[in-house]
Design a binder for this molecule. Structure first.
Ligand code: URA
Length: 235
């Protein structure tokens, strides 16, 4: 990354202010003064400004269409993880924002931005996630009100109100704001349905890109990232 861009991102000043600091000799890379503001730093370079070491990690944001048989973790002894798809990003500290079950497919946000993940997952700010649940039998609309009011799960926990977005035969689109263990499956279980397929269609303002095949990913667009940041600011 360019030195002036990095320092500006780190709030040492505007792009033109940090260029001046560089030209005045306040910035060193690996112990050498660098006067060239378009100098490109490498991943392992040690950058200092006014003698203080600068730590900078470029933030990355991806949308992955998670397939089955892959765990939502950064490392696993037995199973493939969602991070294993990101070849070439081994040193970038990527991790999944929350979890999908091993047999759940769909939208998973992958980032190295711990602050954003923390905000999105905080119980106070939890954003809505929409799932397409395929049930083992036809959905009975009489269960809508109870699902929307909050369901008592098998361990006594009462879920926050959910939203049934739409349904047809045995397919239900449901939005929830929490992320309890097997939550959607257990919510339907409380009404004697088994969820046979579960796909996450959206996460807050992000919609699963229909061009992504299972196991494929792409960076978030600037618009998507802005919407995501706003989604927790407004919560
Ligand atoms: N609810 C579930 O039951 N499983 C998931 O993977 C996500 C939500």
């Amino acid at each position: 990354m360019r030195l002036d861009k990095m320092l500006a991102h780190l709030n040492y000043g505007s792009r033109s202010e940090v260029k001046k600091l560089i030209r005045k000799g306040f910035v060193m890379v690996n112990g050498e003064i660098i006067l060239d503001d378009d100098y490109n730093t490498k991943e392992d370079d040690e950058v200092t400004i006014f003698g203080d070491v600068v730590s900078y990690e470029e933030k990355l944001y991806f949308m992955l269409n998670k397939p089955k048989n892959v765990v939502s973790a950064t490392f696993d002894y037995y199973d493939k993880t969602v991070i294993d798809f990101f070849q070439g990003y081994e040193k970038r500290n990527l991790f999944p924002v929350g979890r999908l079950d091993i047999d759940t497919t769909g939208l998973l946000l992958i980032t190295n931005d711990g602050e954003l993940a923390h905000m999105l997952l905080s119980p106070k700010r939890h954003v809505y996630k929409t799932y397409k649940a395929t049930l083992d039998k036809k959905f009975d609309p009489k269960d809508i009100i109870a699902l929307e009011n909050g369901v008592t799960l098998d361990d006594g926990y009462v879920t926050l109100p959910a939203r049934i977005e739409s349904f047809e035969e045995n397919i239900v689109y449901i939005s929830i704001r929490e992320g309890k263990y097997h939550q959607v499956k257990r919510m339907f279980q409380a009404f004697d349905y088994e969820v046979v397929e579960l796909n996450r269609e959206s996460f807050g303002p992000l919609k699963l890109d229909s061009n992504l095949k299972l196991g494929e990913y792409r960076p978030l667009t600037k618009e998507e990232l802005d919407l995501l940041m706003k989604s927790y600011e407004n919560n």
